[in-house]
Write a protein that binds this ligand. Sequence first.
Ligand SMILES: [Mn+2]
Length: 221
Amino acid sequence: MRIKILQSYFEMKAGYKAASAITLDYCERQKYLYSLVKANKPPDREVYWIKCQEMLAHLYDCDYLLWLDMDAFVYNHELRIEEELIRRSEQLPVMMAADVADESNRHSPIEANTGVILVKNCETAKAILNEWWQVPLVYPDYEKYRYDELWFDQSCFNGVILPKYRDSIKLLPDYYLMNGHYGTFIRHLSGHQENYTAKELRKICERRSAFHKYLPLLEEG
Ligand SMILES: [Mn+2]
């Protein structure tokens, strides 16, 4: 089984170099493919939307594709995607975690967080990604999410795609496996404050000897 992790950035913000270096090391250790793509801003919407297009473009040389936002990284390098994620996905085309950052920030436990997405290379998954991209073009109520209305792609996913494809999407209530600030396998350091990702990542790297080697990447900003 071929597995690929995909990350994409528009601007290399503080913390992103370290987050991607950590995930690249994980992929080399586990013999997974890894792609880090410099994104172009789409002509008709904010850059957050590129995940739909980038995932579609990468579903050609792998059986499963794992999208990680740039503020996400693999925390536990011993765990394997086949065992921890794919086995839990029940063969469904898409698996995501509930939109919970931690137990004091349970944003929307019955909806999905789009920062970490496991996609099976199949026609239904491609249809989901295509339709997700089309949501603000097809549904007038969602047109505003192309630009400055939070949370862009995630609002469109939860408003239209999740209800429509409910039987094809595994939504993990135990979000902390593949998402959240304290994720046991994958962590997603989503936050509003300036440089939240870099600050939190520095704390994590300082506390774990195996992650000390990434501290210089955090000094560079
Ligand atoms: Mn994120």
